[in-house]
Design a binder for this molecule. Structure first.
Ligand SMILES: Nc1ncnc2c1ncn2[C@@H]1O[C@H](COP(=O)(O)OP(=O)(O)OP(=O)(O)O)[C@@H](O)[C@H]1O
Length: 246
């Protein structure tokens, strides 16, 4: 049985269609990456799947009693509000100290308990968010661009960590990424979204799919296109893609 299954999802913000007839299912233990250009609806889809947003049409079915861990794009904390890591991990409810110890070890944040969350580096904050998501012993871990603001080695280390966690805990992972290149090796399946699902399959199949290439650029052989995308991605964070609708 799928952990989560959505059929015929459509969503608009006002007159702007964001999701169009999206079908998606996540099976136990698999790592699925959602890629797509800026504004293609990735975060919106994740919010529909986690129940934070209601679709205009379509249905989301979760396995009854599904334990879901969610790691947001970034930490939304009032900077003026003092908050230690230990306190943050015990919100919104008090957790078993043994579970906290285990999650801290799994994510490598031991020794940070008494630090202020706001003072941690981006990479450390990501690990704290991940640790908190693990406290529910999730069967499905959903991460929305968890490596935003990390450099490439930090990003690679984070994905490696995720892969180990999946192997250790047996949980499924659904994550959002801008960049197929860096998640290639860590994904069992890739779904390319541009309001609708353009293509999906193993990372290599998606990388070579014409629909993916049309969104992320054509190049000689592909390596160039991927490099180009990465290059653009790093230097023009605020750009608005104006891709042809595939
Ligand atoms: N609450 C909202 N109200 C109005 N428009 C919204 C809202 N949230 C998102 N949008 C718009 O919907 C579109 C899809 O946004 P979404 O965040 O789902 O895309 P995304 O693929 O996650 O983008 P990115 O890669 O930039 O994070 C964008 O054009 C965005 O401006």
């Amino acid at each position: 049985m799928s952990l989560i299954e959505a059929k015929g999802l459509s969503l608009s913000y006002g007159a702007q269609p964001v999701l169009e007839n999206v079908n998606i299912a996540i099976e136990p233990g698999e790592i699925v990456t959602l890629v797509g250009p800026n504004g293609s609806g990735k975060s919106s889809l994740v919010k529909v799947l986690t129940g934070q947003l209601k679709p205009d049409a379509g249905k989301v079915r979760r396995k009854p009693g599904l334990r879901l861990g969610y790691v947001p794009q970034k930490l939304a904390l009032e900077r003026s509000l003092p908050m230690t890591v230990a306190r943050f991990l015990n919100l919104p409810e008090r957790r078993d100290p043994e579970a906290i110890r285990r999650a801290s070890k799994e994510t490598g944040i031991e020794g940070l308990e008494h630090r202020q969350v706001a003072d941690l580096s981006g990479g450390q904050q990501q690990r704290v968010l991940l640790a908190r998501a693990l406290l529910t012993s999730p069967e499905l871990l959903i991460l929305d661009e968890p490596t935003q603001g990390l450099d490439q080695p930090g990003e690679a280390a984070f994905y490696l960590k995720l892969e180990h966690l999946r192997d250790a805990l047996g949980c499924a992972v659904l994550m959002v990424s801008h960049d197929l290149h860096v998640v290639m090796s860590a994904s069992d399946r890739v779904i390319c979204l541009n309001h609708h699902i353009c293509c999906e399959g193993t990372p290599h199949v998606v990388r070579d799919a014409p629909e993916y290439r049309a969104l992320f650029g054509y190049g000689t052989g592909g390596a160039l296109a991927l490099y180009q995308h990465e290059h653009d991605h790093h230097h023009h964070h605020q750009h608005d893609h104006d891709h042809d609708h595939v």
